[in-house]
Design a binder for this molecule. Structure first.
Ligand code: BES
Ligand code: MN
Ligand code: ZN
Length: 503
């Protein structure tokens, strides 16, 4: 996987095989080269606009023109990457364009991407730099651990980020560093999601979290099956019971000196969701190694809090279990007792996320933090409602939800709020226990999941982010999200915690 770093060189002098600059879309199928494309054109002694229209490059988002340099600058190839129409240009389109640059430089050993001196003009250069770094770093992601031979996938060995026209090194260095840190956190989350389920069963994933946490200077505690038994975590134990690999609850603590507030992040960590005895059909099971994406997102974000200078206390809870059918598995209509004493009649063992999260949220609430945010691939209904680019967010506190919405907008991730109406509470009524774990068929499945979780948080400000769709993509895009785990939520969490830290 490529290293990504700031380089104190000009676009013309940078030591790289390929250098990427940007253009916007113009009128009549032409492009408008940005200031850096114009400057590079001058060094190449060509009329860049004429060359671009000659190769029918129109500046559409992620369109790419390849221009040989014939030895006139250090790089042998210039990529001019389209950003779409100037009036629609945002930091997110710049992130997508930078991703497209990385995707189109496959098979080329090193790539330099130029932080635009002029695009988008209203964005501070440091933000442009962070965005370009994120796009290039995420676009060059490839999961190759399990390949026996090199593949055609992106094989960049290094990505350099350089300052464009009119920008100094100091304008962009900090932004590049922040972007590279965000990339590292997101790549970790993607790697964990993409890992085959046999290689990340709960005890193994917990050990990985210990290693990551310790390397990041966090306190880490792992509750094994005995500790879960002693602590009354009946939901996690009930889900994990069918598997030959026992469940775990991992607690990671980041506590900087003088921390003012305390945020708890909770991640659903089902390392494989077969459905349990309420077995999923084969097609629905094919992507279910991704059902620990919430935990992967939390661990990814926790791994860089110190590097980003976060000043709030953050606890991460990873609720890890493998949902399998067996002679030991929880039966349909069995009753489990959650942490804190609430009882649930399990009417569908495939609604297991809420069972592990109920325990983790009850435990989180005991610390009386200032906010709890959980991330979970909780419901197929989330995909029906919002598709695979937009997460559902719901909760008991409008300020916290607004905070998540603005962090997501700033980070280039999409969330949409759903309500948690009291009127639907009766869907979860049980004849036997305090409640059951499913509602009515075809009715508000994502909301019902949220209502279930809400029972465990009391008065503590809490938000639930259902990332079932956006956590994993079977299609991928041509920007910065290849097929597989996406790392959805890492950027939003980091933006939120950085904002809470006052910058
Ligand atoms: N992990 C699934 C949800 C899911 C589905 C995530 C597809 C990503 C893609 C979850 O555990 C589940 O099975 N939910 C059930 C709940 C139902 C039984 C109430 C669902 O959505 O069908
Ligand atoms: Mn399930
Ligand atoms: Zn699940």
């Amino acid at each position: 996987m490529s290293d990504i770093a700031f380089a104190e060189q000009t676009p013309a002098d940078v030591q790289a095989d390929v250098v990427a600059v940007f253009a916007t879309k113009g009128e009549n199928r032409t492009s408008v080269p940005g200031a850096d494309a114009v400057a590079v054109g001058e060094r190449l002694e060509i009329d860049i606009s004429a060359v671009l229209s000659g190769v029918r490059f129109d500046g559409d988002l992620a369109a790419v023109a390849r221009i040989p340099t014939q030895g006139k600058i250090a790089a042998s190839l210039v990529l001019v990457v389209g950003l779409g129409p100037a009036e629609k240009l945002t930091l997110e389109t710049l992130r997508r364009g930078a991703g497209a640059a990385a995707r189109n430089a496959t098979k080329d050993a090193t790539l330099a991407v130029v932080v635009p001196g002029d695009l988008p003009s209203e964005a501070p250069p440091a933000d442009r730099a962070q965005t370009v770094t994120e796009g290039a770093g995420l676009g060059s992601y490839a999961f190759t651990t399990y390949r026996s031979k090199p593949t055609e996938l992106p094989s960049l060995t290094a990505v350099k980020i350089v300052a464009g026209n009119g920008l100094s090194a100091d304008d962009i260095r900090g932004g590049v560093d922040r972007g590279a840190t965000v990339v590292r956190a997101t790549r970790l989350a993607r790697d964990l999601v993409n890992t085959p389920p046999a290689d990340k069963r709960p005890p193994v994933l917990a050990e990985k979290a210990v290693a990551v946490g310790e390397a990041a200077g966090l306190r880490v505690r792992v509750l094994d099956e005995q500790a879960l038994e002693d602590g009354g975590f009946g939901g996690i134990l009930g889900v994990g019971r069918g598997s030959s690999a026992p469940p775990r609850l991992v607690e990671l603590t980041y506590e900087p000196d003088g921390a003012g507030s305390h945020v708890v992040l909770v991640g659903k960590g089902i390392t494989f969701d077969s459905g349990g005895l309420s077995l999923k059909p084969p097609n629905a099971m094919s992507t279910m190694k991704m059902d620990m994406a919430g935990a992967a997102t939390v661990l990814g974000a926790m791994s860089v809090l110190g590097d980003l200078g976060v000043t709030v206390k953050v606890t991460g809870l990873l609720a890890l279990a493998e949902n399998m059918p067996s002679g030991h598995a929880t039966r349909v209509s069995d009753v489990l007792t959650h942490r804190g004493g609430k009882t649930v009649e399990v009417m569908n063992t495939d609604a297991e996320g809420r069972l592990v999260l109920g325990d983790a949220l009850a435990y989180a609430t005991e610390a009386q933090p200032d906010a709890i945010i959980d991330l979970a691939t909780l419901t197929g209904a989330q995909i029906v409602a919002l598709g695979n680019r937009i997460a559902g967010v719901m909760g008991n506190n409008d300020d916290l939800i607004e905070e998540i919405k603005s962090a997501a907008a700033a980070a280039g991730e999409q969330v949409w709020q759903l309500p948690l109406p009291d009127e639907y509470e009766d869907h979860l009524r049980s004849e036997v226990a305090d409640f059951k774990n499913i509602g009515k068929p075809m009715q508000a499945g994502t909301i019902i999941g949220g209502l279930y979780l809400q029972k465990f948080v009391g008065e503590v400000p809490w938000a639930h982010v259902d990332i079932a769709g956006p956590a994993f993509t079977e299609e991928g895009d041509s920007w910065y999200t290849p097929k597989g785990g996406t790392g959805m939520g890492v950027r939003t969490l980091l933006a939120l915690l950085t904002a809470r830290s006052g910058g």
